[in-house]
Design a protein around this ligand. Sequence first.
Ligand code: PMP
Ligand code: GLU
Length: 388
Amino acid sequence: MSFIAEKFGEISPSQTLAITAAAKKMREEGKDIASFGAGEPDLDTPQHIKDAAIEALQNGATKYTPATGIPELKEAIQEKFLLENQIEYDISQISVNCGAKHSCYNAILATCDAEDEVIIPAPYWTSYPEMVRLAGAEPYIVETKKENGWKITPEEFEDAISGRTRMLILNSPGNPTGAVYTKEELEALVGVAVSEDVLILSDEIYEKLVYGDTKHVSVAALSEEAKNLTITINGHSKVYAMTGWRLGYTAAPPEIAKAISIIQSHTTSNPTSFAQYGGIAALQGDQSMISDMVDEYDMRRQYMMSRLQNISNVDIVEPQGAFYFLVDTSKMGLNSMNLTEKLLSRYEVAAVPGIAFGHDHSIRLSYATGLDIIKKGLDRFEEFCLAH
Ligand code: PMP
Ligand code: GLU
């Protein structure tokens, strides 16, 4: 007899984290792995952010804080939403969570019941369907098309809605595709959501990582109606290279914000006290490192584009945001687990299998890694492709 909860039976471990751990282990064993694994900035957290957390720690910020975060950090987030996203939130609508992953899970737990369906456009970030299952609800996957830039259309959204639909998860800029929805595309999706009374979880963690003329638009900024049905999620991990700090945040309609605060008060309590002070310094301090970082990612993105476009048996769509390429490997006829296993064991290149994102004939390559590793990894990947 198994003591494991039934709802846990179908849930698989995070492949994005697993592949990164496998690559790290092989590197420790002396192998020269080129890793395109996790979406984790290769830069360190800026010094002024570290200093603020160290100072807070020295000054005794070592105790519980209010469960959803210290008021000063929530005020900094409120101001960020107002100035950068043109969304006016009351402080009571904002909560600080233990990473944006936690923000997403809180939001799903707060809004979804056992019979509810959550529409998730595929390719999706690997954790969304599993979080929905953990909450006891059901993911409803909509396969988007490469020719639509991997974006769900209003028609596809409308067709997917049933009497059980509770929520649509949107992630723009998107992981793993790098797709960024335009204002018009978002307006059309919001139109459907409003008329069908469906919530939108808008995961905007890659907001600042957009390239060329691409603009990020926040769903809740589109209209009062949009704001009333949108849960906005963002965080410090990607933009300030703070993945280990575990800081994410949520802004939601009042009733949902209240439910999230209750869930958090009974589960994790507050995000780490002194990390929150680093979070304030990040939002209020010098932002110039962001444009330098975006320029660096853009340079890597263009380099990878030029290399990948020259490999005849793979296809790519130019990513407009985030730091990933979803490489379509259908022409090689291998499933993504086989492909990434071979790539890792024989060519010492780590990539995430597309199956983790609901698209089996692809792999994800992250360019949150130095150009020297990217070059080496692509030389080996090219060799692999030539041999298949
Ligand atoms: N959303 C998306 C789309 C992501 O790729 C990630 C991965 N980091 C997260 C949320 C979670 O971020 P965090 O590290 O802040 O939990
Ligand atoms: N989100 C990142 C990724 O997709 C980090 C790992 C994770 O949280 O899943 O690689």
